[in-house]
Design a protein around this ligand. Structure first.
Ligand code: ZN
Length: 492
């Protein structure tokens, strides 16, 4: 009896144990909860919540052939996995399940898209800020631009549409290093911050550039830029492209261009440089380059403008790439404003010849001041030039006039007396006889015989090798600094 009880107990125990073991094998572990992915810089970081009793996890990734490959064999107990085998805008299928008591639990599935931090490919210093350019990201619906603030934190500075490829950050200071990063967004996925970001030092534009002729060549001067290591001086002629003339040390803020294309209008630009970093373009300045080693003459025309004759003179000047100085009468300017604009566009200089052709020696100080101010305001309005010169009507000057005019007084060394004889050939012959380096020739562009003489005068002088320049260009090229109230008859 005892034996049979024992046997039954043994069978029951065996059944209980068997039933128990069957029970464990059919109650599989739950799938890991909150299986999710986030973009890092160069990887997708997968995470899931821990499963009670799990001794390990199996993370699988589907390959291109649809096979599921285990990825987390190296750290099977972790609830996170960093997948660095990812490409921008690509989606990947993952599964993860827990192993409890050696048994495989239910799998959680995830499809995740990797978005890489966009690459900033170019920084350009603009006069008004840093321009950033970046590569297009295939899946981006939006870009967000961040800049590292002074506390070392990323600060959002702009949110930009998918079609945007560049941004101008105006909020910059010269010599300061800025660090940027971009993030792209597609659906609910957002890329990470780029580790260390992209760095750039803003190099300010050179300001205060001036160019002028001198006895040595074209002199350039500019204001120092604190962050410059060197300066690059560039030049171009109309229709040409910018070429580097010279690169000078940071301690230098001027240079002489002795190889300027003489006889042509040329433009100059100076930029501050740092290694691998070109400073922003500053203002471009133009000059008509005069060869100081070759002879030059300043033709001057008074009493205009008058449209028919002034244009005839300008046609000839334009044909020979020559320039002249026009001393204009203020009360004519509104009527012939187009003439002033054309004179300026051809590089001619416009000086004051008073508003009413007033004899200054018999005018009051107040009248003199008004005659000059009213005329110069109109010259500036119609030509864009700031007048630098005054020619007294009839050449009538005295010490009182000199002390009140506030401008250099330009007389002449060659008087054609064209207003008196009104003879074309006489004017031409007079210039031919009296031409010399540094001469100032007096003519009047309101008379038809003088306008008719322009071709003969200009072609002769150009043929003789004279550079036909403005009064200011000639004084600069000869190294003469004109003083207000001083009287000039010629240059040198
Ligand atoms: Zn006059």
């Amino acid at each position: 009896m005892m034996k049979s009880i024992k046997r039954w107990a043994c069978i029951l125990l065996t059944l209980v144990l068997l039933t128990g073991s069957v029970c464990v094998s059919v109650t599989a572990a739950n799938a890991p909860k909150k299986f999710r992915a986030a973009c890092a810089d160069g990887a997708l970081v997968l995470r899931w919540n821990a499963v009670a009793g799990a001794e390990s996890y199996v993370l699988l990734k589907q390959n291109a052939r649809g096979e599921w490959i285990r990825k987390n064999g190296a750290s099977p107990t972790s609830t996170t996995f960093t997948d660095a085998k990812v490409k921008d805008a690509h989606s990947y299928n993952y599964r993860v399940y827990a192993v409890v008591n050696g048994n495989k639990g239910a799998a959680a599935a995830l499809k995740a898209t990797y978005l890489a931090p966009p690459q900033i490919t170019k920084f350009v210093n603009r006069a008004n800020g840093i321009q950033l350019k970046w590569k297009r990201c295939a899946a981006a619906a939006q870009y967000t631009l961040y800049r590292l603030n002074t506390r070392g934190a990323w600060e959002r500075i702009a949110t930009l549409g998918a079609g945007t490829r560049s941004y101008l950050d105006r909020n910059v200071t010269g010599g300061t290093k800025y660090t940027y990063t971009l993030r792209q967004t597609s659906g609910s996925t957002v890329s990470a911050f780029k580790k260390n970001g992209f760095r750039h030092v803003f190099v300010s534009p050179v300001t205060g550039l001036t160019v002028k002729n001198s006895p040595k060549g074209v002199i350039l001067r500019w204001n120092a830029v604190a962050e410059a290591k060197t300066y690059e001086v560039l030049r171009k002629v109309p229709g040409g492209s910018w070429t580097t003339v010279k690169t000078v040390k940071r301690t230098t803020t001027q240079m002489v261009d002795a190889a300027a294309p003489y006889g042509k209008k040329c433009f100059y630009l100076v930029r501050a440089l740092r290694p691998n970093n070109v400073g922003a373009n500053g203002t471009v300045e133009a000059v008509f380059a005069v060869d100081p080693t070759k002879p030059m003459i300043a033709l001057t025309y008074d009493d205009g403008p008058y449209r028919p004759t002034t244009n005839q003179v300008l046609d000839v000047l334009e044909k020979y790439n020559a320039r002249a100085t026009f001393f204009v009468v203020g009360n004519r300017l509104a009527t012939y404003s187009d003439c002033l604009a054309r004179e300026a566009s051809l590089g001619c200089e416009i000086g004051c010849h008073t508003y009413n052709h007033t004899t200054l020696t018999s005018a009051s100080d107040t009248t003199i001041a008004n005659e000059i101010a009213n005329t110069n305001a109109l010259i500036a309005q119609y030509s864009g030039q700031t007048p630098r010169l005054l020619r007294a009507p009839g050449g009538a000057i005295n010490s009182r006039v000199q002390s009140v005019v506030g401008y250099p007084l330009i007389q002449w060394s060659v008087d054609t007396r064209d207003w008196e004889h009104r003879n074309t050939q006489t004017t031409i012959n007079h210039v031919k006889t009296h031409a010399s380096d540094g001469a100032i020739v007096l003519m009047h562009d309101i008379h038809a015989p003088t306008a008719n003489a322009a071709e003969g005068v200009v072609s002769y002088l150009v043929g003789q090798g004279y550079q036909l320049v403005t009064v200011s260009e000639m004084m600069d090229a000869k190294g003469i600094t004109m003083q207000n109230g001083s009287v000039y008859y010629r240059a040198g």
